[in-house]
Design a protein around this ligand. Sequence first.
Ligand SMILES: Nc1ncnc2c1ncn2[C@@H]1O[C@H](COP(=O)(O)OP(=O)(O)O)[C@@H](O)[C@H]1O
Ligand SMILES: [Mg+2]
Length: 308
Amino acid sequence: MPSIISISGVSKTYATGVPALKRVDLEIRRGEIFALLGPNGAGKTTLISIVCGIVNRSTGTVTVDGHDISRDYRAARSLIGLVPQELTVESFETVRSVMNYSRGLFGKKADPVFIDKLLKDLSLWEKRDAKVITLSGGMKRRVLIGKALAHEPKILFLDEPTAGVDVELRKDMWALVRRLRDSGVTIILTTHYIEEAEEMADRVGVIDKGEIILVEEKAELMRKLGRKLLKLELRSPLSAIPPELARYQLDLADGGGTLIYTYDNQAERPGVATLLRDLEAAGIAFRDLDTQASSLEEIFVSLVRKAS
Ligand SMILES: Nc1ncnc2c1ncn2[C@@H]1O[C@H](COP(=O)(O)OP(=O)(O)O)[C@@H](O)[C@H]1O
Ligand SMILES: [Mg+2]
């Protein structure tokens, strides 16, 4: 399936000399929820601002559904809805007029039926004639989503949609984003919450210090998530794994001085206790042991550490 967004060799250095993005290549698939996961200052907002034409890139090209964002800006931009990180919304207007106005900005004909449906989908129907200033933070955020969707874009960017949002509202937001995806909208969300990427994304891209350091199917990340490592510091190094231990997934490291057992918590594999018994039977003694869960958190932390 062809990508809906192609980002190629995109860099950004701000006037201050800060290199915010370093030659980023990224393809967004049509219809997916893509989570761009990274710590504060990683370059998430810069990247999506470039795709939306709010920030000028220093190098590279971006196409949105085949439209180059420089040569064909209006066509590209009209396909995109953006919910910015900061809650900026016209406060003294009513919810409905904010949405109507935003639709008009994109040159779309007024469509009260569509806007009514959007209000209902966003659970803002009751508040349609309320001034935005009277709404709670969670509702204001939904107004921003409505504003972003008012011109019927194919792509929705959500920049940190649940930063500072409490757990209940976060779950509502996730459900809403899924419904949008099911209606055919491609969704790119940025987050610094690992849990959010795990919960929401079809694919996850990890960004740090302006570089995309990993792009993977969420399911693949979850598979890694279920894995654990047991490291044994051996009393005397081994040159090879003894054949009687062949049924375990074992690797040697540190010149044979460390034995690493990779096992899966969910799978019906022999457990650690069995391995330790078999090691003893094979006459292999160890000085120390350590277990590690390779969670997305840990994959993330180790990637970020490696990149720095
Ligand atoms: N307008 C700007 N002028 C100068 N530097 C900026 C500007 N916006 C962001 N930066 C810098 O670029 C880097 C990436 O920022 P940003 O894209 O906002 O990251 P994120 O959204 O992942 O937190 C940071 O070092 C930030 O300080
Ligand atoms: Mg940001």
